[in-house]
Write a protein that binds this ligand. Structure first.
Ligand SMILES: Cc1cc2nc3c(=O)[nH]c(=O)nc-3n(C[C@H](O)[C@H](O)[C@H](O)COP(=O)(O)O)c2cc1C
Length: 396
C-alpha cells in the first residue's frame, strides 16, 4: 500500500490513450490511494466516466458548473486535497491551455488553483508532438515546475509510427510513486548497486552462469531511486525491465562487472553488491570445443575477479558497503566471517534451502548482519525487503 493516505488527482483528456488511464486508476486504488478523476468534455467521447467511477468509488467530475457537488467550491477543494496531479493522456490542447493559464473547465481550473506537484503525460500524433508550438508549450510547463513524462516511440493509433505514445500505466504509476509516495531521505546520496548474474563464455555457443534473476538488486536500485538517491545500477543480463530513474550500466562477464565497479565506485556514498558473479571462468576459450561432444568437453577453470574484496580494500571513509551471501549451510557463521573478511558494513544473508528465499523467487527471507546486530526479517516481497535493507543501512 505505497500510496496509503494519498490523494491522487487524475486528469483525463480527449485522446485515444484515455482507455489506458483506467488501468492507471485501478493501480492507484490498489496501492491505497484516494483517486479523484476529472475528465474534459472531449475525454468522455473516448471513455465513459462510469468506468472511472466504478474503479475509484468516487464521482468522476466533468463539468465545472455541476450543481451536484460534494465540496463548497469543488475545484479549490480538490486542488488543496491532492498530493499529486497527473494528466494522462495530456492532449496538445490541454498542454497549450495549461501553458498559458487558461481555466475554462474543471480540469484546467483545478490545476491552476493547485500547489500540488504536477505530472503531464503527453500523448498525440508525432506531428502534433514535434510541432514547435507543442514543444514550446511543454518547455513552458517544465519552467512552471510541472514534470513532463516523455512519450514513448511506437505505433500510434493514427497509423503513424513515431514519438507520441503514452507510456504504459506501470510507467506512469512509477512516476507517481517517485513524486509523492516516499520521503526523500536518500536525496543527495550516490548509490551503486550491482545486480544479476554474470556469464563466462566456454566457447562461442555456451557459457557458465548462475541462477540469479536480478530481482533483489533491481528492487534495491528502484527503492533507492524512489527515496531520492542518484542510482547507478551495474547489471548482468536479466529478463527484467530496468528500474526507472536509474543509470544503467550493462555488463556480461565478471571482468566487465569488475571494471565497471572500479570505474564507478570511488565517489559513491553507498555500495550494495547484490550481483551473483559466476565464480569461475574457463581459463581459455576455444572455438574447437563447440565441435566436441559433451563427454569430450573438459574445461580448465580459473577464479573470476573478487569484486567484493576490491570494494572492501578500497572503501573510503564514510562509504557504506553492503554485500549478500547465499549459503546452503552454516549461514550465520559463514556470513559473519564474510562480513569481517570483506570489510563490509552489513551483509544480507539468505538461506538457499528455505522455501521463498533466494534466486528466482519474488519473495525473500533474509537476515541482516552488522558488527553488533543480527536482524531476521520474515518472508516478504523482494520489493519490501529492499526498503528494510535501506532503512538499516541509513541507520548505520
Ligand atoms: C479520434 C480522435 C483521436 C484523437 N486523439 C488525440 C490524441 O491522441 N492526442 C491529442 O492531443 N488530441 C487528440 N485528438 C484531438 C482532441 O480530441 C481535441 O484536440 C480536443 O479538442 C481535445 O480536448 P481536451 O484537451 O479538452 O480533452 C483526437 C481527436 C479525435 C477525433
Amino acid at each position: 500500500m505505497n500510496l496509503k493516505n494519498k490523494t491522487i488527482l487524475l486528469g483525463v483528456t480527449g485522446g485515444i490513450a484515455a482507455y489506458k488511464s483506467a488501468s492507471l486508476a485501478s493501480m492507484l486504488v490498489k496501492s491505497g490511494a484516494e483517486v479523484r478523476v476529472i475528465m474534459t468534455s472531449h475525454a468522455v467521447n473516448f471513455i465513459n466516466p462510469i468506468t472511472f467511477e466504478s474503479l475509484t468509488g468516487n464521482k468522476c467530475i466533468t463539468d465545472t458548473f455541476d450543481r451536484n457537488f460534494e465540496f463548497k467550491v469543488e475545484h479549490v477543494a480538490l486542488a488543496k486535497k491532492a498530493d499529486a496531479i497527473i494528466v494522462a493522456p495530456a492532449t496538445a490542447n490541454i498542454i497549450a491551455k495549461l501553458a498559458h493559464g487558461l481555466a475554462d473547465d474543471m480540469l484546467t481550473t483545478t490545476i491552476l488553483a493547485s500547489a500540488a506537484p504536477k505530472l503531464i503525460a503527453p500523448a498525440m500524433n508525432t506531428g502534433m508532438y514535434e510541432n514547435p508550438i507543442t514543444q514550446d508549450n511543454l518547455t513552458l510547463l517544465a519552467k512552471y515546475g510541472m514534470k513532463i513524462i516523455k512519450p514513448a516511440d511506437g505505433y500510434l493509433a493514427c497509423g503513424d509510427t513515431g514519438t507520441g505514445k503514452m507510456p504504459e500505466p506501470e510507467v506512469l504509476y512509477e512516476h507517481i510513486l517517485q513524486c509523492c509516495a516516499y520521503k526523500k531521505d536518500m536525496s543527495g546520496m550516490k548509490v551503486m548497486v550491482t545486480a544479476g548474474p554474470t556469464q563466462e563464455a566456454i566457447d562461442p555457443v555456451r557459457y557458465i552462469t548462475n541462477h540469479s534473476s536480478g530481482k533483489m538488486g533491481y528492487s534495491i536500485a528502484r527503492a533507492c531511486a524512489l527515496r531520492g538517491a542518484d542510482v547507478t545500477l551495474i547489471t548482468g543480463k536479466t529478463a527484467l525491465k530496468p528500474p526507472l530513474f536509474t543509470t544503467i550500466v550493462p555488463v556480461v562477464t565478471a571482468k566487465d562487472m569488475y571494471e565497471a565497479v572500479v570505474s564507478h565506485s570511488k565517489d559513491m556514498d553507498i555500495i550494495i553488491k547484490a550481483a551473483a558473479v559466476a565464480d569461475y571462468r574457463p581459463a581459455k576459450v576455444s572455438d574447437e570445443k563447440v565441435k566436441k561432444t559433451d563427454t569430450e568437453l573438459s574445461i580448465p577453470l580459473e577464479r573470476t575477479d573478487d569484486i567484493l574484496q576490491y570494494l572492501g580494500l578500497h572503501k573510503r571513509s564514510g562509504q557504506i558497503l553492503c554485500g549478500f551471501s547465499m549459503e546452503t549451510e552454516n549461514m550465520l557463521e559463514n556470513s559473519r566471517k564474510k562480513l569481517v573478511k570483506k570489510n563490509l558494513d552489513m551483509i544480507v544473508a539468505n538461506n538457499l534451502k528455505m522455501k521463498g528465499a533466494g534466486f528466482e523467487t519474488n519473495t525473500n527471507i533474509v537476515t541482516m548482519i552488522t558488527d553488533d546486530e543480527t536482524i531476521e526479517l520474515p518472508i516478504m516481497e523482494k520489493e519490501d525487503v529492499a526498503f528494510h535493507i535501506l532503512d538499516k543501512l541509513l541507520s548505520l
